[in-house]
Design a protein around this ligand. Sequence first.
Ligand code: FES
Length: 116
Amino acid sequence: MTDRRRTTFDGEEWTQIARTVDVSERQGFRVEIDIEHDLALFRVQGTVRAVTNVCPHKRIACLYDGIVDNGTITCPMHAWRFDLATGDNVNGGGGLRVYAVREVEGGVWVRSNDID
Ligand code: FES
């Protein structure tokens, strides 16, 4: 984590985890920070969403490679589907951890406390 940019926004420390240009509307972008923090980033109608990359069904780190549709991500393994804004499983059951994210200065940032 020492090589990632950090700054303070609104009194909280944030860490840059990607560049704005890394996250497109067409496909997910994986950011493996460490063994506990494997994130999948998606752009939904211009807004970046950050969720855990690990599907709660079989604990497989694959959601970045899923299908994005109408603000949801469908797991490529067995098609569990999650709301990217809330992390909720749209069919019930385990949901995803959602990370607060902001885009500033050409970067995608998450709260440092959420990934440390
Ligand atoms: S591992 Fe994601 S639905 Fe089974």
